[in-house]
Design a protein around this ligand. Structure first.
Ligand SMILES: Cc1ncc(COP(=O)(O)O)c(C=O)c1O
Length: 377
């Protein structure tokens, strides 16, 4: 059996006429930039998140960058973020001229709340937690900590559409939340797209302006900005897809529950743990094992695609060599980069495929695996 890591075509086949129709509507109106399709998506996405404003933009990286710039973060400032994420979270801090200050992760692969205060300096201006793999970080605690120290909270929600912390959606706890609609995300476009959500009218207005060459009205440039617009084709498709996200999330949870059931106690596998108060939308289902590389190879030989998120934690990338970090600075992030493995995860993954993946994993560990440890969930 061949089990892909994600299968975007399966989603397309289930909704082909509707999705094709969404694109056709844009083509037939030749409304490719801005206009009603983008406005409709912004309205619907804001409503779905329970926020006042949504600003569509080119991608999830720009979404973070735009917010940082419009909060006035720049040279001489420091921004705290997690040691484990995709580089966008950190590189956008650097792009503003500020310095990323990394904090190690906790047992949930999320920024370790306990370690943040130890990294604050008078130059710290903001914290960017990432709701990594789809699990909500402890957003109330982060918001309280930011309030206590006069910092801005910007939530990177690229992997966690509609995940919740104590019943409230991620992206709504701080000054702004950033989203990516990269094709493989839980809500994915057919190319690059992103968005910012916020309840702050002034931040919303400035972000909208900055993302559109510094102008809200054509030819009236109030500042120098950038060109980071969501194409109407993407907006129309995302509008059509939006209503299915709750069903797709439920399916992802079904897959995760099945993995949990079938992989409990297998080898030295550490399965994903969901913190009390957090909801997990399983953008990724990530396990850990000391025999990661061998397991990945074994699964590949049996037709199972897996991935590693991420093989090098941010502080250890060459891009951050100048910060002179060592493994001892971020022991969990370092251990994880050697041990994490993301198993196939998408809404259409059927039970026989999940069983096949789990049987292959069991077979791997039955062949000379180290003694089984209790799993932590
Ligand atoms: C945690 C995180 N932040 C930001 C981004 C950037 O999103 P985009 O690829 O749309 O620029 C991603 C995308 O993979 C991500 O996973």
């Amino acid at each position: 059996m061949r089990v892909p890591f994600v299968d975007l075509l399966a989603q397309y086949h289930s909704h082909r006429d509707e999705f094709d129709g969404a694109l056709r509507a844009v083509i037939e109106r030749s409304a490719f930039i801005g206009g009603e399709f983008v406005r409709n998506f912004e309205r619907d996405f804001a409503a779905a998140n329970g926020v006042k404003h949504c600003i569509a933009c080119g991608n999830g990286t720009d979404a973070i960058y735009i917010v940082l710039r419009m909060l006035g973060i720049g040279p001489g400032d420091e921004v705290i973020t997690t040691a484990t994420s995709w580089i966008s979270t950190a590189e956008t801090i650097g792009q503003t001229g500020a310095r990323p200050v990394f904090v190690d992760v906790d047992d949930h692969y999320l920024i370790d709340l306990e370690q943040i205060e130890g990294r604050l300096t008078p130059r710290t201006k903001a914290i960017i937690p990432v709701h990594l793999y789809g699990q909500a970080a402890p957003a109330w605690d982060l918001s309280e900590l930011c309030g206590k120290h006069g910092l801005k909270l910007i939530e990177d929600c690229a992997q966690a559409h509609f995940a919740e912390w104590h019943g409230r959606k991620v992206g709504t706890f701080g000054i702004a939340g950033s989203f990516s609609f990269y094709p493989g995300k839980n809500l994915g476009a057919w190319g690059d797209a992103g968005a910012i959500v916020t309840d702050d009218a002034d931040v919303a207005c400035r972000c909208r302006m900055y993302a559109n060459h510094g102008a809200l009205v054509k030819h009236q440039h109030e500042m120098e900005g950038i060109n980071s617009r969501m194409d109407a084709l993407h907006a129309s498709l995302l509008c059509a897809k939006l209503k299915y996200v709750p069903t797709w999330t439920a399916e992802r949870r079904r897959v995760a529950a099945r993995y949990n059931e079938l992989l409990e106690g297998v080898g030295d596998l550490v399965l994903p743990r969901v913190r009390a108060g957090a909801s997990h939308v399983y953008h990724l289902y990530v396990v850990r094992t000391e025999r990661r590389d061998a397991l990945k190879q074994f699964l590949a030989e049996r037709g199972v695609d897996t991935a590693i998120h991420y093989p090098t934690a941010l502080p250890f990338l060459n891009a951050y060599r100048h910060l002179n970090h060592t493994e001892r600075d971020f022991p969990r992030a370092y251990r994880n980069q050697c041990q994490v493995l993301s198993l196939p995860m998408f809404a259409e993954l059927d039970d026989s495929a999940v069983q096949y993946v789990c049987e292959a994993i069991k077979e791997f560990f039955s062949r000379g695996s180290p003694p089984a440890k209790a799993t932590t969930r």
